[in-house]
Design a protein around this ligand. Structure first.
Ligand SMILES: [Zn+2]
Ligand SMILES: [Zn+2]
Length: 484
């Protein structure tokens, strides 16, 4: 909310590690806050901090009253209480209902298009009037100043799923939704630079007047609009003020909780962010969060035209009206690489769940005489240089037993591949499962399609497997006993 009390300052020892001598600031930087705070961060910053900066002790029921952030708690409980009281005592008028919806989107966009995509991520440039609009609309969402919000959000992206992430999703749904605001944090969020925002006239203006702005745009403005235009003062206060604010709060909080909890990972599954249409609907389009964490400076969250992303549509419209410019998009080629990787991963899982034909290198090499001798004991047939034992299949052969029987002890390659019947890929796959040996001198060259079953011609291999399989051979020597 408006502030999270910092309860722990680094130990003297830690300070010396966290603040090594900084590179001299550029000459143009005149204010201390113009210098990026992470300029001198050591290379082992994350692991060192997590290991050496001990978090505050866990909160227990008996210590809870000392650990609560009472300002956040008050805002997050009194606001919905007013809305619930109002629902029973104040009649909802049609004009007020539609005003609530409109003001929900205005203040929601103040956060999503303003705080989030403009200031926290710099995904486009906004004109001064648009920046002031976002600063006021965002204040109406009562979620802290632009500077404070963006600092936390940049830490969230930089340290996702670690203890330095202020709303670490691994601590559970409710922690990432509201818990992190209701109690004093157990450790400081990881370092994240917002010196660019300190230079912004609009950000500084909003930070300075923040308290007046949240009172004005959180409650006074929505109440006055309903009161002055259609005389519904109480409705304006209760519904467009309190109820609308409650919805905006939990809608935006869902970006930290729901968007890290349900959905798909079409671009990367290294961390918790996920894509889900439901999350998009409740967050003004911020629900394509898997994409967003991969490509955070892209002004879009949804990349398909039919996906719900009103924040993107709003920014795009502002650009058409000349109010925004330099809308950033990640190169399509790189976006598709992420998608391909995830598709291959899923296909690999399918592949690993199946059993394929034995590799030629794992089968014994058998000469023609041995093959002939063995064929008198069981139905062995040669196809494409492989010896197959058809005992389990001969009676189930769709073309009849006799067509196999007459090829026992013979090379049936031509008959199998169209001479008698041009077998299906499924038949070829099934045949390959019955391989028991390789006929010495009977194999065509290794790139012949007839040697490789259709299901194995295109396979997914890790780069390490491609390297190790090249040139290796474990072919066995001819040995009659191995076939028997
Ligand atoms: Zn996130
Ligand atoms: Zn973000």
């Amino acid at each position: 909310m408006s502030s999270v009390v910092e309860t722990r300052s680094p130990s003297p020892q830690m300070k010396s590690v966290l603040t090594p001598p900084l590179t001299p600031p550029p000459r143009t930087a005149t204010l201390k806050e113009d210098v990026p705070v992470d300029l001198g961060v050591p290379e082992n910053y994350v692991s060192w901090t997590i290991k050496n900066q001990k978090p505050l002790p866990p909160i227990t029921w008996s210590s809870l009253y000392k650990e609560l952030n009472y300002l956040s708690l008050a805002i997050l409980t009194i606001t919905p209480s007013i809305a619930i009281w109002g629902a029973f005592h104040v009649k909802m008028r049609t004009e007020t209902f539609w005003w609530c919806v409109v003001y929900y989107f205005i203040t929601g966009l103040g956060i999503t298009a303003g705080y989030h995509r403009l200031w926290a991520h710099r995904s486009y440039n906004a004109s001064k009037p648009l920046e002031y609009f976002f600063a006021m609309a965002g204040a109406g969402a009562v979620e802290g100043s632009i500077r404070w919000w963006s600092r936390g959000h940049r830490a969230h992206h930089r340290y996702t799923d670690t203890e330095l992430d202020p709303y670490d999703a691994n601590k559970g749904f409710w922690w990432s939704h509201v818990g992190w605001m209701l109690v004093k944090p157990r450790r400081k969020p990881g370092v994240a630079d917002v010196s660019d925002l300190s230079k912004s006239e609009v950000v500084r203006w909003q930070h300075r007047w923040y308290l007046q702005l949240i009172v004005t745009f959180g409650f006074l403005f929505p109440t006055f609009v309903a009161g002055i235009f259609w005389g519904d003062w109480w409705g304006g206060f209760v519904y467009a003020g309190a109820a609308r604010l409650t919805f905006v709060h939990h809608s935006t909080f869902c970006v930290n909780s729901l968007a890290h909890w349900i959905g798909e990972t079409p671009f990367d599954d290294k961390h918790t962010p996920k894509d889900h249409m439901l999350t998009a609907f409740v967050t003004n389009g911020e629900g394509y969060h898997n994409f967003h964490h991969q490509f955070p400076t892209d002004y879009r969250n949804a990349i398909k035209w039919y996906q719900y992303d009103p924040t993107k549509w709003f920014i795009w419209t502002c650009a058409k009206l000349g109010l925004a410019s330099h809308l950033k998009k990640f190169p399509e080629n790189e976006v598709r690489k992420g998608q391909l990787t995830m598709q291959l991963k899923r296909l690999r899982e399918t592949q690993e769940g199946l059993v394929f034909a034995p590799d030629a290198n794992d089968l014994p090499i058998v000469n023609w005489e041995t093959f002939q001798k063995q064929s008198t004991k069981r139905p062995l047939v040669v196809v494409a240089g492989f010896i197959h034992d058809l005992s389990s299949f001969i009676d189930d052969h769709p073309g009849g037993r006799h067509l196999i029987a007459k090829n026992i002890g013979r090379d049936a390659t031509t008959a199998f591949f169209g001479g008698v019947y041009d077998h299906s890929n499924a038949a070829h796959n099934l045949l390959s499962m019955m391989r028991v040996g390789v006929l010495a001198g009977g194999m065509q060259h290794g790139l012949d399609d007839r040697i490789v079953p259709p299901s194995q011609r295109l396979r997914i291999a890790r780069y390490t497997e491609l390297v190790s399989s090249a040139g290796s051979s474990t072919a066995w020597s001819d040995n009659e006993g191995l076939l028997g």
